[in-house]
Design a protein. Sequence first.
Length: 385
Amino acid sequence: MIKHFFSLLILTIFFGCSPIKKINSNVISGEFDKAINKTISEIKKTKNKKKKIQYESILLDIYNRSVRSSKDVIGRLKKDGNPEYFDDIYFEYNKLINRENKLKNISNERLKFNFENYDSELVNYRYKASEYLLNISKSLISNNNKYDYRNAYEYLMVIESINPNYLETRSLINLCLMNGSDKILLSLLNDSKSIIHEEFENDLLNINSYDLNSKWKSFYTKNNPYKGNYDYFIDLSFKSFLISPERIVEKEVKREKNIIDGWTYQLDSDGNVMKDSLGNDIKIDKIVTISAKTIEFFQSKSATVLAEVRYLDSQKNIIDKFPLDSEFWFRNIYLEFWGDIRALNKGEVKLSKKSFIPFPSDEILIYNNSENIKRKLKSIIKSFR
């Protein structure tokens, strides 16, 4: 063992480069697979034959170390005799096989590995682990307790990863997911003096749009109820709906601008057309002053929703509550003018192409709050554990 350690250490000093230092660090910390992967990468990149041979020597040393380490772990766990370690033994055999498969493609006349066949032991402990973990899972499931269902699920998922579709594993996984999750009912309450329109309510009760369901949390509404008892309730209670008046604010502006409007002849003091040095008539820009009067119209109307989110337990006792408010504005700006359009700036010309828009109804403004309300409600629910 000491000889092998010093051989790798000497090569580290010899190369004195970053890849070897990283490989050596992985070996010292027992991360053999990382060290093997890095060494294989260096062998493939290295063009220098001498260095390639030295990397191959390092790879052989690391592989032998990794085999001894895995066999030591397996021997210790087998000697212990605790069935709790069956899956650990399986994973160690799996590591040994994966390393061999990886190195088969890189072995050559210089680089020969002492491979062994671990298939029978792998299969043996796959079924030993599966049987043991399945029995534990069934025992937990028999308690008919939500948290035991969750623990059983974790054991069953280990079985599924090493022995897919073993016996009734998949049906038990589905059973654990169903019985181990919290069932939560989302409801809307109207504590305001306003009418909540059906379209607005249905949009907020579209639970799929919230993307809230997770492994251990299932959300329901009156539109898709759960046929059983709920573990928690979430009430979205509307307190008030505030609608602002329809407003139109006017702003009058007068514009004047000097512009070039064609050309004229330049005259001398006697009123005669002046000539340039070549005898041509001199032309100059004709400057005129233009003007326009504008009235800019600002339309606005808003709907503010004030609500409260209440989180309740299975007995309808309030666990916590959170305020929720949302505001949606309708705004429109347009412009009318009298005079020469050339006196307007670019923004005013653009606004002059717009016109009055009929104000939306109160119902539409409230409905337009729904996406913002859902976003805020989702954030509140996600933050509550």
